[in-house]
Design a protein around this ligand. Structure first.
Ligand code: C2O
Ligand code: CU
Length: 472
């Protein structure tokens, strides 16, 4: 099941080491918009980009405004984000603002919160971003296809008083591409049932902000914030911040009360998850960030440290967002049992009101289920009263890890069988649940509307791991 990919990965990797010498200020690569009073225009359409090597070959991608990732959108907390999305693709699309506690009508889920935006049409997104932190936006119609081709970008919400200036605040949007032999995007394998029923579309090539192995220059002794965003379809990035002496300051956009030095490794950053790291580089300590899940480490971002360590400025602290605290006493528990996938038993499954049997699984691509239902059921998983605390107990009866995402709310991870890594019950919007593991999350369902709960391994979502709840 695992990793036909990393072998390819490894052989490609050595060729890029030469490009270590190309210095790129990663953060400056993408145009960044500070929100004006009017709409920002995003155009989803085909474009070409060299993702393997900077000097080609170019892949045919689908992007926002001509590059993957799309432009960094940056606003201050409580400011409005106004984006006009125009669809120049040949299929319908929509745009989701991942991790934002958003007005439901702006959540961008085609088929649930809005009609898909047809080719040639546009849609105006207009919402307030209530929490500071690291977020991202991505296509939410056939996302297994559209995100894999490059339709995503960063959304950064600044604190009321910006703790790190722009030179010390670097956004790293990481993607795991599947390249074919010549180093261009492997389009032929999109939608492969093999990927849907195993661990999703794993790639063989990592980029940061659309480039292979960019190298950033840092000043010794000065504190930096590195915002890592995992835009992969399915790759769980495994990194070890202790290898470069970094601390965790935020998960999924939500600042921790104090910077944390991890006592375990690796840190798993699942698809759609973010982690903000704090680093104060010391003179002469050039470093790389490596992805550790393959047979050999894959360095995907380089940092060169210049100057001497002087008495640098102090480390700014991050204010914690004001999120509604779940009240566990008397909370309603909702159970979600995951079944399906290769090496698993899916049991009795209904899809679109019909019981699947025999070749139906292959024909529909529905190979996963939540509580015996594949993909969006007619009726919600549950219906919450506004303000009610909900505990979701997710029981993973499959042979694979899943990256579960709740739309419109942040939750605390309150319990995980057999593991104590969620120290301090961090706020998250996406969590990993291991094979045969049970994880409990809790949150206040305070945002009216219809919200998805799905696996962010995008092939799993398409293959059945998609449900929704309602807050009234
Ligand atoms: Cu990142 Cu349903 O979304
Ligand atoms: Cu999954």
């Amino acid at each position: 099941a695992e990793r036909a990919a990393p072998r390819f990965r490894r052989s490609l990797r050595y060729e890029t080491m030469a490009f270590l010498l190309i210095f790129t200020a990663t953060a400056l690569l993408t145009t960044s918009f500070t929100v004006p009073g009017s709409f920002i225009d995003l155009v989803a359409g085909p474009s070409q980009q060299a993702i393997f090597q900077p000097d080609g070959p170019a892949s045919d991608l689908w992007t926002y405004n001509g590059s993957a990732p799309g432009p960094e959108i940056r606003v201050r907390r409580d400011e409005r984000v106004r984006v006009r999305l125009t669809n120049n693709l040949e299929e319908p699309t929509s745009l989701h603002w991942h991790g934002i506690r958003i007005d439901n009508a702006m959540d961008g889920v085609a088929g649930l919160t809005q009609e898909p935006i047809e080719p040639g049409e546009s849609f105006e997104y207009d919402f307030v971003a209530p929490d500071a932190g690291t977020y991202w936006y991505h296509a939410h119609n056939k996302s297994w296809n559209q995100v894999a081709r490059g339709l995503y970008g960063p959304l950064i919400v600044d604190e009321d008083e910006v703790p790190f200036d722009r030179a010390h605040d670097l956004t790293l949007v990481i993607d795991d591409w599947r390249l074919a032999g010549e180093g261009t995007l492997d389009v032929a394998s999109l939608g492969s049932l093999m990927d849907w029923s195993h661990d999703g579309r794993l790639g063989n090539w990592l980029t940061v902000n659309g480039r292979a192995m960019p190298v950033n220059m840092l000043n010794a002794g000065e504190p930096y914030r590195l915002r890592l965003i995992n835009a992969s379809n399915a790759r769980i990035l495994e990194i070890d911040p202790n290898r470069f002496d970094a601390k965790v300051i935020a998960y999924d956009g939500q600042a921790l009360p104090e910077p944390v030095r991890l006592t375990y490794a690796p840190l798993m950053v699942g698809p759609a998850q973010r982690v903000d790291l704090l680093i104060v580089p010391q003179a002469g300590s050039d470093f790389v960030i490596e992805e550790l899940s393959g047979d050999t480490p894959f360095a995907f971002a380089g940092f060169e440290v210049r100057g001497e360590t002087a008495d640098g400025p102090g480390v700014p602290s991050l204010p914690v967002n004001d999120l509604p605290e779940p009240e566990l006493a008397g909370a309603r528990t909702v159970r979600v049992e995951m079944t399906g996938g290769a090496m698993g038993n899916i049991g009795r499954v209904t899809y679109n009101g019909k019981v699947l049997e025999g070749s139906d699984f292959r024909d529909t691509g529905q190979v996963w289920a939540f509580n015996g239902i594949a993909n969006l059921p007619e009726t919600p998983l549950y219906s919450a009263q506004r303000g009610e605390t909900i505990v979701i107990e997710t029981v993973n009866n499959t042979a694979f890890v899943h990256a579960m995402h709740v739309h419109g709310h942040h939750f605390r991870v309150i319990e995980r069988s057999g593991s104590e890594i969620d120290v301090g019950q961090p706020w998250r919007d996406t969590f990993l649940v291991g094979p045969q593991q049970t994880t409990r999350i809790a949150f206040v369902a305070d945002n009216p509307g219809k919200w998805l709960y799905h696996c962010h391994m995008l092939e799993h979502a398409a293959g059945g791991m998609n449900t929704w709840f309602e807050v009234t």
